[in-house]
Design a protein around this ligand. Structure first.
Ligand code: ADP
Ligand code: ZN
Ligand code: ZN
Length: 744
């Protein structure tokens, strides 16, 4: 009997293709196995979606060439997840499979091993051994005095051929040989294990019990864990995972960026040892493949990682924890599928009947709203561990400040400077947040106002003083040729304006020449290792000030930091995006949370808009009031979480073509249903990026009429399938972004 299969490829077509299976492969064919098959003139890898014995396809049916895997690379839950993602995010299944699976699962990787040896007994012929094999005796004698196993290679100082000698001893059954597998690439990304004695407070205990109850129910539940900064959320995760393992289940811990939170990984390592796998982008292809297969083989029970760890092929999943769930790095922007890790985690939790814990001191407005709507269980931690009070917050009105001092260029206010002096005198540490890297964001002509911009992206280039170059932070373009005259009016009056982390560093160094400074931003933290080193040095007190972008605002836990300065609280506040207020609030609140985690700390927020509700409520650490204001604003404009949003971006090199295609698509989206709004087409905020013009159409579907967003989904699907969109010119790219985190 002939066998047919349907194969999905990682291409942008929604079609799946039918193939025949050669007889010799028939027994091995299963859904979820990857195969090589001819497509057009090429042979590419795809994944088997279904198999059947009859095909009503009338043309000539080609044969698949060979199998890539001998076992399905996804179990039924992951497979169901992939299918859901394909539909939900309007992405062909083959592309989704690509996002989930490591590139090459058959890449050979042998993790480094260490040979270990330990003492067993002196045996019956100890005296004889002394005479016949003195080297063996010497090793045996040494081992008898050790408490456990030692590395064989470590015996080199004792004898010349330790491995041969240990082997001989092992044959006589006097010692035992063993191997330790060293996990790939782990060391660079974590602090060493951090051991701690934990005694839970009453509030923490209550939380633990609630989580345990949900876990024991063996059914899906979604939980919003809202705990103030320093309330011990990490310890709560550890306790939950402990319970998960005791039930013989497994767990995933998702972190916004694994390298930024080495302390959390370090704590997990101390408690769970080598049951923990780290999953991150810096693992080599082969180490990834190895880790994936080890997870499949049940060798790891806990996976810690950034967004793609949500796909870790763990069996019997009991819990998924999402730390700092409001973080935008949980959203994959490109390539498709443009998924949000939180939504995928919730869906995966449903499939596995697991608990999904969304955790934060500043939940996303979405999750907060869902909790108010009764969609999540809400657990609250109100107290900082150790009873440290909230920091005192001072707002500095930079307009008044500058009028008083007359120094309009001042970056550091008098108050902030004085407070820093006080802290240094006491041997305490300071964190300064400046959410812009580089030296001065822009180079502007003092006469005509022209700003030096990137030719590809039309955004201002940032000046970097180390190495003296201009850089575009969107496309990465760099130039060392910095002109000294204005391109437009030929004036020589060029000025560096604005403040980046490098400039703050320079100013602090000038003011406090004896203080050592660490700077943390995308420029200094290129590799995970250098990042960890910067953080470790600060935690050991080798540096006194840590200056950084938003990278320093979250998750970090330093005992001696008692002052946090926010150089410009207004950064990002006025970007034309419906989430800019929420984002700024969360950043200030989180940064403030780094201060005084053991004893009373202070926060200084410098702002030009002290009356702005975001700044005002953030400075009072009054989350509830601000969230209520933000929610009523969103409701008024029918933005998420009150509506579902889908953004269609049209991108291409030719401006007219982008515009005409956008208009065509808009016209094809006629006859909307009640509660659906279609905005645009309009130019994106960053109209040109990487040399391409960008326009977008934004669809909003009111939740009152479209309860779960299905109406809009169906509607859009029908339009895509109707074929209108296939006729778009080939140089135009259309991206569909479901639940975009930003419309910039
Ligand atoms: P959060 O993630 O909520 O900001 P952390 O989990 O980092 O807070 O906890 C703050 C600090 O307090 C950490 O150093 C943590 O180890 C410690 N801590 C929290 N709870 C306890 C506890 N019950 N016993 C001992 N130390 C604790
Ligand atoms: Zn000029
Ligand atoms: Zn650019």
């Amino acid at each position: 009997m002939t066998m047919f299969v349907e194969v999905a490829f990682p291409i942008s077509s929604y079609k799946q293709f039918t193939y025949q299976v050669p007889d010799e492969l028939r027994d091995k064919i299963q859904i979820g196995i990857r195969v090589k098959a001819p497509l057009g003139k090429r042979t590419i890898i795809g994944i088997i979606v279904s198999k059947f014995s009859k095909s009503d396809f009338s043309g000539k049916i080609k044969y698949i060439k060979e199998l890539v895997d001998d076992l399905p690379v996804m179990d039924k839950h992951l497979w169901a997840l992939a299918q859901w993602m394909s539909e939900y995010y309007f992405t062909p299944l083959g592309k989704v499979a690509n996002a989930i699976l490591p590139k090459n699962l058959s890449a050979k990787y042998t993790p480094p091993i260490t040979n270990m040896v330990s003492f067993k007994s002196f045996g019956e012929h100890h005296e004889a051994l002394k005479k016949q094999a003195p080297a063996q005796e010497k090793v045996l004698e040494f081992l008898s005095k050790q408490t456990g196993a030692v590395p064989v290679a470590g015996l080199k100082a004792l004898v010349s051929y330790p491995s041969a000698i240990c082997k001989a001893l092992c044959e006589k059954e006097l010692v035992e040989l063993d191997i330790i597998i060293n996990l790939p690439d782990v060391t660079g990304f974590t602090f060493s294990p951090i051991y701690k004695e934990i005694k839970f407070t009453a509030e923490q205990q209550k939380t633990n019990q609630s989580l345990y109850k949900k876990l024991s129910a063996n059914e899906f539940s979604s939980i919003l864990l809202h705990g103030v900064t320093g309330s011990g959320k990490t310890e709560i995760y550890i306790e939950l995972v402990r319970k998960v393992l005791s039930m013989d289940k497994s767990a995933i811990l998702l972190l916004p960026e694994i390298a930024l939170t080495p302390q959390i990984a370090g704590r997990f390592r101390a408690v769970f040892g080598d049951k923990v796998a780290l999953w991150h982008s810096k693992l080599s292809t082969s180490a990834r493949a190895w880790t994936w297969k080890q997870i499949c083989a049940n060798e790891f029970k806990v996976v810690i990682g950034a967004r793609s760890a949500v796909f870790a092929p763990l069996k019997n999943l009991g819990a998924i924890i999402i730390d700092e769930e409001q973080e935008h790095s949980y959203k994959q922007e490109s390539p498709a599928p443009r998924y949000h890790t939180r939504d995928v985690a919730l869906m995966r939790g449903k499939l596995h009947k697991a608990v999904v814990v969304m955790s934060s001191a500043t939940p996303s407005l979405e999750s907060y709203y869902n909790h108010i709507q009764g969609k999540h269980i809400y657990l609250r931690l109100n107290e900082r561990f150790g009873g440290a009070p909230y920091p005192h917050v001072h707002i500095v009105d930079m307009i008044n400040e500058q009028e008083e001092t007359g120094k309009y260029q001042d970056v550091i206010s008098g108050i902030l400077q004085r407070k820093m002096e006080e802290r240094f005198a006491k041997g305490e540490q300071v964190i300064l947040l400046q959410n812009r890297r580089g030296f001065a964001p822009i180079l502007r002509c003092g006469d005509c106002g022209t700003v030096e911009t990137c030719k590809q992206c039309e955004v201002a280039l940032t000046y970097h003083s180390h190495g003296r170059f201009l850089k575009c932070h969107f496309c990465g373009y760099e130039t060392h040729q910095i002109s000294t005259i204005c391109n437009k009016c030929k004036s020589i009056n060029l000025k560096l304006l604005g403040v980046g982390t490098q400039k703050v560093e320079e100013l602090i160094q000038k003011t406090f020449p004896n203080i050592s400074i660490a700077r943390l931003d995308m420029d200094t933290a290129k590799s995970g290792k250098s990042l960890t080193r910067i953080l470790e040095k600060f935690s050991l007190g080798e540096t006194q000030v840590l200056i950084g972008t938003q990278m320093i605002a979250k998750g970090l836990d330093f005992d001696k930091t008692t002052l946090v300065g926010i150089i410009n609280g207004d950064t990002g506040l006025f970007l034309p995006d419906f989430r800019s207020g929420e984002k700024t609030f969360q950043l200030i609140y989180q940064a403030a949370g780094r201060s005084g985690r053991r004893k009373t700390g202070e926060v200084v927020i410098q702002t030009f808009n002290p009356e702005n509700p975001v700044i005002k409520h953030a400075s009072r650490l009054d989350l509830k009031t601000y969230y209520n204001i933000a929610l009523s604003e969103r409701q008024e404009l029918n933005y998420p979480p009150f509506s579902w949003m889908i953004r269609i971006e049209i991108e291409g090199k030719n401006r007219e073509l982008v515009a005409s295609t956008s208009n065509k698509i808009k016209r094809s989206l006629s006859r909307p249903f009640r509660g659906l709004e279609i905005l645009g087409p309009a130019n994106c905020y960053r109209e040109r990026l990487r040399g391409k013009y960008r326009m977008h159409i934004i669809m909003k579907s009111d939740k009152t009429y479209d309860h779960n967003g299905l109406k809009m989904h169906k509607y859009l699907n029908k339009n895509i399938l109707s074929g209108h969109w296939n006729k778009t010119p080939s140089e135009i790219r259309i991206h569909i972004d479901v639940n975009p985190v930003s419309v910039l």
